[in-house]
Design a protein around this ligand. Sequence first.
Ligand SMILES: [Zn+2]
Length: 370
Amino acid sequence: MKLDRVYGQERVKQVLEPLVRTLREEKIESLFLEFIGPEGVGKLTTAIEVAKAVNCESNQDYPCGNCSHCVQIGHFQHPDLILIIPGMNDEKDQEKSKWKEVYRTLEPRLFYSPIKQIKIEEVRDTIKELWRERPYSGRYRFVIVVNGENLNQYSQNAFLKTLEELYPRTVVIFIVSVPQKILPTVHSRAKKIRFNYLSLNAFMDYFGSLDLEFNKTLLFQISSRSIGRAKRYIHTNFLDVRSKILKNIFESDLDGLITTYSNFINGRKGDELGILYSGFPTDILDFYGVLAEDLLLIKNGLPELIVNTDLKPQLLEFSGKIREDIVLEMLRVYKEVSYWIRSNVDESLVPYALMAPFIGRVFKDTFRSY
Ligand SMILES: [Zn+2]
């Protein structure tokens, strides 16, 4: 087996190799996998490559990438590949066809938001699909649920049922970055495959092959070693957006921050295809958290350890003018907002919350009531 498209994750590949072989020999009826690990380190890519490898016609070096199964799965058009990506199936038809275009040309992980909920109807449609007795044309059908943690408990249980009823030749893969939100009953039934943060080498291997003008080491640092995030940062111009956010916060400019935030969330047209590259609220939120940590490091005489190295001059200036208790308040806000933003709270409130430590009590009290 060769999983060339998966960077790093050597241990995962070792675990998957015998599993894929067993499936290719059609020795088991159904399988429930949980791919657990941080965002953007190759979980979805691996799931797709495993689906190819199991169904590939070649008997050596599978997935070959050229047979009809590999090609169709790679284009998300294989009849035995069922993908549940939050936010994809609930858009208008026009939106849906745009998604398909995106799938064909680019990797999907840029486009799914870590906080989008999965609707119960999407799950019901999928389960209905599973009543079919056998896969259409492949050895196994694959049901891949992206952000499995965003399924509510009824949907999670519905998936568990599909396994108990032994739908033949079905592999269900939950892709999960917040395992605490997976039901214990589901968790205990799944075979868990753990993905790690990428090494600098794996990260550089990936980005080294691309012709990019970005500072790759900086990208590695600020994306928390996540290829998926790093790519999104490039497409959404996040490296520049960061300095705007810093300036807005530094100047206590709430209107400015609201504008920066909404422009970022609403997206920026890419060159090819006119695709809208939208940033996620969590990108800004996480930057805010790291910003606070950087400020604390500087205040404690450790400026050489900061993550946002390109913003060092601004951070040095900022840290001289901001009290330590306000920085600590930033960290508290970061924690609190990280929690509620994943519980379906109105995203437009984020900039108000982030500005709270700088704009006094009124804002703080408003924010606390959420
Ligand atoms: Zn193939």
